[in-house]
Design a protein around this ligand. Structure first.
Ligand code: UT7
Length: 331
């Protein structure tokens, strides 16, 4: 069986750093509230015309360089994002042009915070089947463009940050590679974390009514409900990855969870009876970057020497939909 392996990684965040203190000038909030509830100290936000593709492009270039490949070799691009530059087409088509790629298959995937693991799993199937040899998989978000940066939107806006992370997947030549991926979703409580418009439900017409209901064009989150679900689904999907590969926690060098809230990560570690050292966290510096959080964290963990050749790692995500997913990888 062909196994796919991550041959290159790269990430990019916008230059503007927004501290919790900076936010107190925009809304009624405090460094203490944000840090205690979420662990976040600062995040990066795009400025002016900067959009998701402007973050995805440098991240992709770094991953291509890191893999030591020629962009001509890429034959599939999958971008996980819910904050594409335009309603359509997707960021992936823009990247085809920006990176000067051949006219290869490019598509965006909308699975919110689980998007990167979904995209990785999708590209993995193409490599495993032998259909493609080199896939570029990206998580890229400029969520700060959609959030309400006043006191009215403070429950959401203090949590989100912008950024992008990318990987190059190719057939593995040795034992390294993606061991398994696990995707799930449950739509019954989708309104606990959603953005209603623009959409085909009726909020597609710009008229007086929709302008008055502008808040429906902002994300909404029932934080407590989402939290309660997250702390159950993360352990489930991590355990699923362990079971599938006959692994115990002792076999795993590092778990890279989606960075939604430091308290969620701590709670998952506690529920699984695992030391927090086994979970990577960088939410303190980036906030929740939705589909970009896992590839950014993966890059930093590798840079910090926390993942070495031969290590087994698990990526785990939970987010809007709800969707949740995991991937077991031998590095
Ligand atoms: O990545 C996708 C998945 N997302 C998640 O997994 C996020 C899950 N949820 C969470 O992380 C947490 O629920 C939050 C961080 C969103 C909120 O933490 P919480 O401990 O559940 O706080 P809360 O929602 O219960 O809010 C408590 C209070 C409220 O005031 P009252 O009604 O108790 O007087 C809010 O109005 O905090 C108030 N509040 C704020 N105060 C200062 C809400 N946002 C802020 C703010 N600054 N930014």
């Amino acid at each position: 069986m062909i196994r796919s392996a991550i041959k290159g990684i790269g990430y990019h965040v916008p230059s503007q750093v927004v501290t919790n203190q900076d936010l107190t000038e925009l809304m009624d909030t405090s460094d203490e509230w944000i840090k205690t509830r979420s662990g976040i100290e600062e995040r990066h936000w795009v400025q002016g015309d900067e959009a998701a593709s402007d973050l995805a492009f440098p991240a992709a270039k770094k991953a291509i360089e890191n893999a030591g490949i020629n962009p001509e070799e890429i034959d599939l691009v999958v971008v996980a994002t819910i904050s594409s530059d335009y309603f359509f087409p997707g960021v992936s088509s823009q990247l085809q042009e920006m990176l000067g790629l051949r006219n290869v298959g490019c598509f965006d995937l909308r699975a919110a915070c689980s998007g990167f693991v979904y995209a990785l799993s999708t590209a993995d199937q193409f490599i495993q089947s032998g259909m493609y040899k080199t896939a570029l998989v990206i998580g890229a978000e400029a969520q700060s463009k959609f959030i309400n940066k006043t006191t009215e939107g403070r429950d959401i806006s203090v949590l989100f940050g912008d950024g992008a992370g990318a990987v190059i997947l190719q057939p593995s030549q040795d034992e390294a590679g993606i061991l398994s991926t696990h995707l799930h979703s449950e739509g019954k409580d989708m309104k606990n974390l959603w953005m209603e418009g623009p959409g085909s439900s009726g909020l597609n017409q710009i008229n007086k009514l929709t302008i008055e209901q502008a808040q429906r064009y902002e994300p909404f989150m029932n934080g407590r409900e989402v939290f309660k679900n997250a702390v159950v689904r993360f352990p489930e999907v991590i355990q699923e990855a362990l079971d599938k590969n006959n692994l115990s926690m002792d076999d795993v060098a590092l778990i890279i969870p989606h960075q939604a809230n430091l308290r969620i990560i701590q709670s998952v570690a506690k529920r699984m009876g695992v030391n927090m050292d086994k979970f990577y966290a960088n939410i303190q510096r980036y906030g929740n970057t939705t589909a970009a959080s896992i590839p950014i964290a993966l890059c930093e963990a590798v840079e910090e020497g926390k993942i070495k050749a031969g290590d087994t790692i698990i990526l785990a995500a939970f987010g809007a939909g709800y969707t949740w997913a995991s991937a077991a990888i031998r590095w």
